[in-house]
Design a protein around this ligand. Sequence first.
Ligand code: SAM
Length: 224
Amino acid sequence: MKIITTEDGSDTLFSDEFNETYHSGYGALAESRHVFIKNGLDYALDNHKPVEEIRIFEVGFGTGLNALLTMLEGEKRNFKIYYETIELFPVPIETIKALNYTNLLGYEHCYGPYHTMHLCTWNIAHPITKDFTFKKVNASLLDYASTAGNFHVIYFDAFAPDAQPELWTTEVMRKMYDALLPGGMLVSYCSKVSFQKALKEAGFLVEKLPGPPHKREMVRAVKK
Ligand SMILES: C[S@@+](CC[C@H](N)C(=O)[O-])C[C@H]1O[C@@H](n2cnc3c(N)ncnc32)[C@H](O)[C@@H]1O
């Protein structure tokens, strides 16, 4: 695994095993903010008010950038967040410590929570801050069985379909559909036609939105 600096100055990782980067080379921070925060979390906050707590499920914890940005956005907008994420291949803590996210986002404020997310025990919910509860599950998405359809938002951030086609199937999208509350939504940086088809077959209403820098489109899929 190598650290690469993307065009907006934020780091990402390159995985030799999957021959994939964890984020867009045109800006890791820009991509996460656009796809998951603006078009996922913010959209949900604006459309699900009033709720006591927004519940998010993420596919692929990876560097934890989405989780950190979500915690910060929840603080900014004064919302309680429950964040659950699944990861089969955790990134070593030495690599996490070398990434520049906490420097870019506010070292004093972010260092503690970000590293706690990476170091805390798997499969148990932890109050990272008073308004941000976090649980990471060390398992494959393929074995994931949602206990209840109680998530408002899914961040679908797996490696691209060409690298991991087994994660982008209709069967997996049915699981994602079942994991959501009615009106809940899945967002992804990917807008591949076969992915849109899988989402529609699973019952989602699929919307194409302008993508992050240098990417024409992304997808938001809403549970009817
Ligand atoms: C695009 S990266 C995720 C980026 C991450 N959200 C971030 O902010 O850094 C995809 C992630 O999916 C994980 N992954 C790969 N196969 C998986 C599987 N079968 N189940 C769960 N996670 C998987 C990879 O290890 C990797 O961390």
